[in-house]
Ligand binder design. Structure first.
Ligand SMILES: Cc1cc2nc3c(=O)[nH]c(=O)nc-3n(C[C@H](O)[C@H](O)[C@H](O)COP(=O)(O)OP(=O)(O)OC[C@H]3O[C@@H](n4cnc5c(N)ncnc54)[C@H](O)[C@@H]3O)c2cc1C
Length: 454
């Protein structure tokens, strides 16, 4: 196949799909050709629950009719080389395609810490359908013990999935608490305990030093605090969940501006090269709070980036205001969400901050099944602007996280968010007088002077 297309899309994840559908929606006459090697796109967020066995693994696969039905041509091939000058790509089987405009959405690949033994055969990462299938196979084949490295959202979700399948799990995290990019130490207590209650052995404040192997298989996990974890190489395994690296090797020596975190794009998702756009996990981007570089490899970032890229490519003047990074996960019965900067991250970025807490209930206190809802607000001492928020509850946190995200996006102050107009009903919320976000703002304001003096 040798093709010519107007818009060539590399990648069929959330960024590639959203971009392509938006281009077709805005102008169905534009020819869009998407290249993607996998037979299906995957809902990655659902992988831990497929591994746990909550549903058939095939349910994580997306239906391509959504893409092809819009008139996008989908080519199931990997691109192995690109020439951005002559505007041509070559696929692994030697086919080529010329394009006028390019959208790069190649995503990211799990990073492996550079320690001895990391490439052993029983060391896994979690991203693709193949990864999921390998992990399910291992869990179906007599595994007794698994070691998960990294207690971010992906790591804790993996640890819980294996535990639910009856496996002994050690979870290693170099920070002194779980979910260090999402919540502060003080908000991690319940979630951490919930992992321990499930029987997960948490090893905090320690790094993976090396993986000792026999042949091609890990037999011992050695931590930098001197502890060892013995594995039966015939069955046991290690899963590494230590972050993602942008998939951008294809563009080396092509004049594309990149940083360690990905392709550099402006607020319109334009790269430094004409008619070349990029979005999603393959990009480095900036914070919507302080305008400086920030991580944010999330589907909820890839989707709006894809929409903006499509509009900009077609001449509509829209701009992304920067990542806020609202996100959530689960730890046992707890739902844990965060947005903006944690207290620790805000301090690292040079803010003097103050904080406040709301501690209310999921429903009116007299209603059966009511549980605690804890909210933390982080604010800038100099301007009172909301910098971040965290929510821990046994009920969904994403609604509250999104309210705080909107406050951050709109650059609201603590005083303004404290005047939030909200709803209340016995089965659906806290008491009318006890909105947890408002309460967190009010306690922040009443403690501000004391915290400023400290
Ligand atoms: C286990 C897991 C759980 C997650 N949970 C959440 C969550 O709960 N919430 C959330 O917001 N985010 C979550 N994420 C992150 C989210 O999945 C990613 O941020 C999102 O998929 C990024 O979308 P993307 O389109 O940029 O890249 P990807 O989804 O990675 O897609 C990249 C595509 O590019 C293709 N590609 C790469 N190179 C080439 C090439 N040379 N030729 C052709 N095609 C190529 C790939 O094969 C792939 O199809 C999770 C991720 C994982 C792994």
């Amino acid at each position: 196949m040798n093709c010519e297309t107007d818009v060539l899309v590399i990648g069929g994840g959330p960024a590639g799909i959203t971009f392509s559908l938006m281009v077709k929606k805005l102008d169905p006459s534009i020819q869009v050709t998407m290249f993607r090697p996998e037979s299906h796109s995957v809902v990655y967020c659902a992988i831990p629950y497929a591994i746990e066995g909550l549903f058939e693994p095939e349910k994580v696969l997306k239906d391509d009719a959504m893409v092809t039905g819009s008139g996008v041509e989908l080519v199931y091939k990997k691109i192995i080389s690109i020439d951005l000058l002559s505007r041509k790509v070559v696929t692994e089987d030697g086919d080529s395609c010329h394009f006028r405009r390019l959208f790069i959405a190649t995503g990211a690949t799990p990073a492996r810490p550079p320690v001895p033994g990391i490439e052993a055969e029983n060391v896994f990462t979690v991203k693709t359908k193949k990864d999921m299938d390998c992990l399910i196979d291992k869990l179906n084949s007599g595994v007794k013990r698994a070691v998960v490295v990294g207690a971010g959202a992906i790591g804790i979700e993996q640890a819980q999935a294996y535990r639910a399948r009856g496996v002994e799990v050690d979870l290693i995290e170099m920070a002194n608490h779980i979910l260090p990019n999402l919540i502060d130490t003080d908000m991690s207590v319940q979630a951490q305990q919930a992992l321990v209650d499930q029987g997960i052995r948490l090893r905090l404040g320690t790094r993976l030093d090396r993986l000792e192997t026999a042949g091609a298989l890990v037999t011992r996990v050695v931590l930098d605090n001197g502890e060892n974890i013995e594995l039966d190489p015939a069955y046991d395994f290690v899963t590494v969940c230590t972050g993602m690296l942008p998939d951008i090797q294809l563009f080396h020596d092509q004049g594309l501006a990149v940083s360690r975190d990905g392709i550099l794009v402006d607020a319109c998702m334009r790269t430094n090269l004409p008619e070349v756009y990029a979005a999603g996990d393959c990009c480095a981007f900036f914070s919507g709070i302080d305008g400086k570089p920030v991580a944010g490899k999330l589907a909820t970032n890839a989707v709006p980036m894809g929409k903006i890229a499509a509009r900009c490519m077609l001449g509509q003047p829209v701009e992304h205001e920067g990542f806020i990074n609202g996100a959530a996960t689960c730890a046992g019965p707890y739902r844990v969400g965060g947005t903006g900067f944690t207290e620790a991250e805000a301090r690292r970025r040079g803010f003097a901050i103050y904080t406040g807490y709301g501690n209310t209930t999921s429903f009116f206190p007299m209603m059966p099944g009511t549980t605690e809802v804890l909210v933390k607000i982080v604010a800038d001492l100099a301007t009172d602007r909301i910098l971040g928020g965290q929510v821990v509850a046994r009920t969904p946190t994403t609604d509250k996280v999104d309210v705080i995200t909107l406050a951050i996006q709109q650059k609201l102050t603590v005083q303004q968010l404290a005047r939030l107009s909200y709803s209340a009903q016995p089965w659906q919320s806290f008491l009318p007088a006890r909105n947890p976000i408002v309460e967190a703002c009010e306690t922040a304001l009443s403690g501000k002077n004391k915290q400023a003096a400290a």
